[in-house]
Ligand binder design. Structure first.
Ligand code: HMG
Ligand code: MG
Length: 302
């Protein structure tokens, strides 16, 4: 079942930076994004058109888009109609909407009850599709919620079903707080594949408990070949208590390439992009791949 090619959707500039304590200047975000593209990334979440009062780090969304659009697939997130109106003032052609399975999470993240949120977002999906956009729906707390605990698979499927019926091209299904195990990852994605055979399915794992690589392997065995990852393992949702970084792009690319699953991403160039952003962050980047890489570079130069 393991595919021989996988698509990496780089979410570092969005999920990675939205939780960053330091404000990263726009030019440095742009240079990070360009470095990631240089490394071979062909699908990326560039930024989000959310409320700058809620997430000040994303207040330069319009400038980011103006500098970074190219022929590859560049997603921007939008939380509501206001966000979509802002997106439509740009040349973006791929949009990501987001909703959680958990009602408590939706109240914290989107300031809406689930029903109200889904009503607004599904109408937006329909409008976006009529206007020719590529639309992905990001489904948060698909496994566990920091406020409500374990989510029922039927509830996750029901939310996915609403977006699929509304016409999304892709579902990105997330383990927001990194609690899923490989058995759960396999079961959920195997079921999603059967339920939604005509929708692109992407796995989005946060690595809070070090389970993400094992979960990605489990997804591969279920035939999933699209993964959201973040260079340097940056990331986390500011409105999900305890959410930490996404699985690191370098760890996933290293594992996949060594398994013979082609990603098209050059690890040395990826590390250059990480070198570029690190000085602007409030913490150092110490994923296992990166730490070893730095040691090897310094050994060579001595
Ligand atoms: P609200 O305060 O209820 O919004 O927030 P409102 O509709 O009452 O509007 C209040 C003010 O915000 C108004 O301005 C609006 O114009 C403005 P004022 O009149 O006070 O000057 N406003 C906006 N401005 C710019 N862009 C907008 C926008 N909307 C309203 N789009 C809202 C509701 C949804 C806006 C807020 O809750 C929000 O921005 N939430 C986003 C939270 C977020 O970014 N979370 C992280 C992304 S999701 C994620 O990370 C999970 C994921 O990675 C998967 C996983 O791991 O689980 C995808
Ligand atoms: Mg996330």
């Amino acid at each position: 079942m393991i595919p021989d090619h996988a698509t990496i959707i780089e979410v570092g500039p969005r999920d990675g930076l939205q939780n960053e304590f330091n404000y990263v200047p726009t030019d440095n975000k742009v240079s990070f994004i360009k470095g990631l593209k240089e490394a071979g990334v062909r699908e990326m979440e560039l930024t989000s058109f959310v409320s700058p009062k809620w997430v000040p780090q994303m207040k330069d969304a319009k400038e980011i888009v103006a500098s970074c659009l190219d022929e590859s697939r560049n997603f921007v997130l939008a939380p509501n109609r206001k966000g979509i109106e802002r997106v439509k003032e740009t040349s973006v052609s791929a949009v990501a909407l987001f909703a959680g399975v958990s009602n408590s999470f939706n109240k914290k993240n989107s300031n809406k009850e689930t029903d109200q949120l889904l009503e607004e977002l599904t109408v937006l999906v329909d409008e976006l599709k009529q206007d020719g956009y590529f639309v992905r729906a990001c489904i948060s707390t698909a496994f566990y919620c920091p406020y409500e605990g374990k989510m029922a698979l039927n509830d996750t499927l029901a939310i996915c079903r609403k977006f699929v019926d509304a016409g999304v091209d892709e579902l990105s299904v997330a383990d927001t707080i990194g609690m899923a195990t490989p058995r759960e990852a396999y079961f959920v994605f195997d079921t999603l594949k059967k339920e939604f055979p005509n929708t692109l399915l992407t796995a989005h794992f946060h690595d809070t408990r070090g389970m993400a690589l094992a979960n990605i392997y489990a997804c591969l065995t279920a035939g999933i070949s699209r993964f959201d990852t973040s260079a340097g393992g940056l990331g986390g949702c500011p409105f999900a208590k305890g959410a930490t970084g996404n699985v690191a792009t370098e760890s996933v690319v290293y594992m996949l390439e060594r398994m013979g699953v082609e990603t098209g991403i050059d690890l040395d160039k990826l590390m250059t992009a990480v070198d570029d952003i690190e000085p602007h962050l409030s913490r150092s980047i110490d994923t296992p791949y990166r730490t070893l890489y730095k040691k090897e570079i310094s050994a060579k130069s001595n």
